[in-house]
Design a protein around this ligand. Structure first.
Ligand code: HPA
Length: 269
């Protein structure tokens, strides 16, 4: 695996993707952040050796290098999901590449269903912790050069990045919530009983991504910061018929607030 990672790193460095300070993974409907990047260059995933190719509508499949705020970053416009049929190893491969390219922090965004009754559609939730209902991406032989066999998970989301984000939210006048994200495989949205179950066991929001990437990043000792855009509600009495189009639309409506917040955090790290 290390050899594949190094091969991809070498390719990206040869294309000028040098010394990025942070990585950002953009979720459903949130790819517009890249329009705020300056001096940028991009490569389609399909042109990157060893990269999987994204298949979901609303996930573009481009790796973009440039500046956001005052930081050199690499943005992943489009991520890979378990429900698309990829192995977890392929889903998390880009995270390992970003780490070996030199990123110091990983930022992630997603659209999620809110199960906390206090939440509203369009809320931005800082993820403080997670519950994983997907298979663990670290199952299989462990390479000690990548990370330990039994990684610690006592602080999956970096408390100092969360503090900086809260400060950034205050400065940009963004109202934020905090909570626990539960990752499930999808591709079905939840039944009312499933939403209720997830709430009872401690979730505030539910989605189909992010946790495999965060587990992989923590294995690499990479600090993580993640936000969910609440695109629909899994709260008794408020559950409505839902489609992927509705999720994309709700996420897009929050995109500019999410982008301002991310730029402000970049300037603080
Ligand atoms: N459930 C699971 N994943 C989601 C949801 C949801 O309600 N909304 C957006 N992604």
């Amino acid at each position: 695996m290390l050899q594949k990672i190094k091969e991809t790193v070498k390719f990206l460095e040869s294309r000028g993707f040098n010394s990025p300070e942070a990585g950002i993974i953009l979720g459903t409907g949130l790819g517009g952040l890249v329009s705020k990047m300056t001096a940028s260059k991009e490569i389609d995933y399909s042109d990157i050796p060893n990269f999987p190719v994204s298949t979901v509508d609303g996930h573009d499949g481009k790796l973009i290098y440039g500046e956001l705020g005052n930081k050199k970053i690499i943005a992943m416009k489009g991520r890979f999901h378990f429900y698309e049929g990829y192995s977890l190893e392929s889903i998390v491969f880009p995270i390992r590449v970003l780490k070996f390219l030199g990123i110091k922090n990983l930022f992630l965004s997603n659209a999620a269903g809110g199960v906390n009754p206090e939440f509203n559609i369009g809320d931005i939730m800082i993820i403080t912790d997670h519950i994983n209902f997907l298979p663990n991406p670290l199952i299989g032989p462990n390479d000690k050069e990548i990370g330990p066999r039994f990684p610690d998970m006592s602080e999956p989301y970096d408390s100092s990045l969360i503090r900086k984000a809260e400060q950034a939210a205050k400065e940009t006048g963004t109202n934020i919530k905090k909570g626990v994200y539960l990752a499930t495989s999808g591709p079905t949205f939840e039944t009312p009983a499933e939403y209720k179950h997830f709430r009872i066991i401690g979730a505030d929001a539910v989605g189909m991504s992010t946790v495999p990437e965060v587990i992989t990043a923590r294995h690499l000792d990479l600090p993580c910061f993640a936000v969910s855009i609440i695109s629909d509600l899994g709260v008794e009495g408020k559950i409505e018929y839902i489609t992927h189009e509705m999720v994309k639309k709700a996420a897009a409506a929050t995109e500019s607030a999410m982008t301002s917040l991310m730029i402000s955090i970049m300037n603080k790290i």
